[in-house]
Ligand binder design. Structure first.
Ligand code: KIV
Ligand code: ZN
Length: 503
């Protein structure tokens, strides 16, 4: 293996999905897995198969379809977990099992009530069992950064002897600091005699906001795999963010001297895809993929940028797939050919009927909005509800509202092929809309969360609405964009309901 190459292990679909409220459905997970494969991710951790039938099926689905990346499943050091992973990843062209077991004193005493020797025996037995079925085995001593060093070294040596090919060192509770975590990795390299037979991996949580810094410190001390997620989502405060790790290694290659297999131009799109599937809006100041990451507000900075980009830009926005935002992308008079071409450049390969539907929305938008940017195109294409698949569609919406009038709406919906007109009032126009939609579908819908942000700047910017709703007991996320925020709100709700019906 090239010792200057850092392998990227993505756990968006496993640890990322453990973020409270981030549940994704099987279709969304497969779309994300394909996007990760396009991104050049070396290993995709697709889920925890024993945890539910849904997780098992979705790992199997990813294993069936992903061809270039290694597909991995997580297991505790328990036979039934290991069997579930072996079965779920069976269809994969390249596969891995990731086995974990806590090793810190605090976990041994309070969680397991087991001695070090008992835990060591469990770890060895688990790896030996998996080794009979698979070659590519990763072992994680959970809470490694708080584990007694001598015991950590003993466990690692034993699991490598038993057949582990990667040893992952989780900072499970995000407690470590860069110097300390780097020293843990250096200590492992210096004290585990057979460490040359395995790849050392980092897995850092962000409870103190140090996940990326800790991961990079690990890499500087010899780790050659980094576990991370898109947008840094994950359990509690999240995991190390892949886009930040990769761009740090790339932008500061002079310092790290390391490379990855990642095609960074895909970052912006994958980030939006994960945000859409989870309903987690990317904060504007998020490094690399946030809306403000490449925007310059101060006059001094703008002046500098115009004179020489490098004065205030350390990366090119295009290098991470952020639309340049310079001038008009397309206008009212642009044709279908130019539109399709532009979508292709943004990474969308739509079939002809989807291009038609998106083009119709683009024309509609061009009538309402002077300047249409790449961000607008991405929003309308990602939102496009395929008429063939949608059970519920908004055909028309009329509303009145104001500080002295009771909000009132009249919606025309197509539901299960039938056109239905429904009027309703509510606490506000959005509430009135949602009541009308519920009256038509007669489904039990509970709005859990509602968020809105503007896709670009300016008075006529598209407003993008994200809703989380419980529809007949299923938690779903809907998103839609429009220059009219009440229409965007209605469409986002409808999008969520369609998802629940299709599940
Ligand atoms: O944070 C952690 O310790 C984990 C393990 C399962 C690797 O996610
Ligand atoms: Zn974790």
């Amino acid at each position: 293996m090239d010792n200057n190459k850092v392998l990227i292990f993505d756990t968006t679909l496993r640890d990322g999905e453990q973020a409270p409220g981030a549940t994704m459905n099987e279709k969304e997970k497969l779309e994300i897995a394909f996007a990760l494969e396009r991104l050049g991710v070396d290993i995709i951790e697709a889920g925890f198969p024993v945890s539910s039938k849904g997780d098992f099926d979705s790992v199997k689905n990813v294993a069936k379809h992903v061809k270039n990346s290694i597909v991995c499943g997580l297991a505790r050091s328990i036979i039934k977990d290991i069997d579930a992973v072996i079965e779920a990843v069976k269809p994969a062209k390249h596969k891995r099992i990731h086995i974990f077991l806590a090793t810190s004193k605090i976990h041994l005493e309070h969680k397991f009530k087991k001695s070090e020797d008992e835990v060591l025996a469990m770890a060895i037995a688990a790896v030996q069992y998996a080794r009979k079925h698979m070659d590519n085995i990763e072992f994680s001593p959970e809470d490694a950064s708080r584990t007694e060093k001598a015991f950590l070294y003993r466990v690692l040596e034993a699991v490598i002897d038993a057949g582990a090919t990667t040893v992952n060192i989780p900072d499970t509770v995000g407690y470590s600091t860069p110097l300390e975590y780097g020293a843990v990795i250096a200590g492992i390299r210096g004290h585990v005699p057979n460490i040359h037979k395995a790849v050392i991996s980092t897995h850092c949580h962000d409870d103190l906001g140090l996940a990326v810094a800790n991961s990079l410190a690990g890499v500087q001390n010899g780790a050659r795999q980094v576990e991370c997620t898109i947008n840094g989502i994950g359990e509690r405060a999240g995991n190390a963010s892949m886009e930040e790790i990769v761009m740090a290694l790339r932008t500061r290659r002079d310092f790290f001297g390391l490379t990855t297999n990642i095609n960074a131009r895909e970052f912006y799109r994958v980030s939006r895809m994960v945000s859409k599937a989870t309903g987690f809006i990317v904060p504007p100041n998020k490094a690399i993929v946030g809306a403000n990451a490449f925007r310059h507000e101060s006059g001094i900075h703008q002046d500098g940028i115009l004179k020489e980009k490098r004065t205030y830009e350390i990366m090119n926005p295009e290098d991470v797939g952020v639309p340049s935002g310079e001038g008009l992308v397309l206008g009212k008079h642009s044709g279908r050919h130019a539109f399709k071409d532009r979508l292709k450049r943004l990474g969308f390969n739509l079939d002809e009927s989807a291009v038609d539907a998106a083009f119709a929305r683009f024309k509609d938008l061009a009538d309402k909005k002077k300047a249409i940017y790449d961000e607008d195109l991405m929003a309308i294409v990602e939102d496009e509800e395929r008429p063939a698949r949608a059970t519920l569609m908004l055909t028309d919406l009329v509303y009145t509202s104001g500080s002295k009038v009771k909000p009132q709406v009249k919606v025309t919906l197509t539901y299960k092929g039938k056109k239905i007109v429904q009027e309703s009032t509510g606490d506000g126009p959005v509430d009135a809309c949602y009541k009308a939609i519920e009256a038509v579908t007669k489904l039990k819908v509970r709005l859990l969360d509602y968020g809105i942000h503007s896709v670009t700047q300016g008075e006529d910017a598209l407003g993008e609405v994200t809703v989380k709703a419980e529809v007949e007991g299923k938690n779903v996320i809907g998103r839609a964009a429009s220059t009219d925020i009440i229409e965007a709100s209605a469409k986002a709700y409808i999008n969520a309901i369609n998802k629940a019906i299709q599940r």
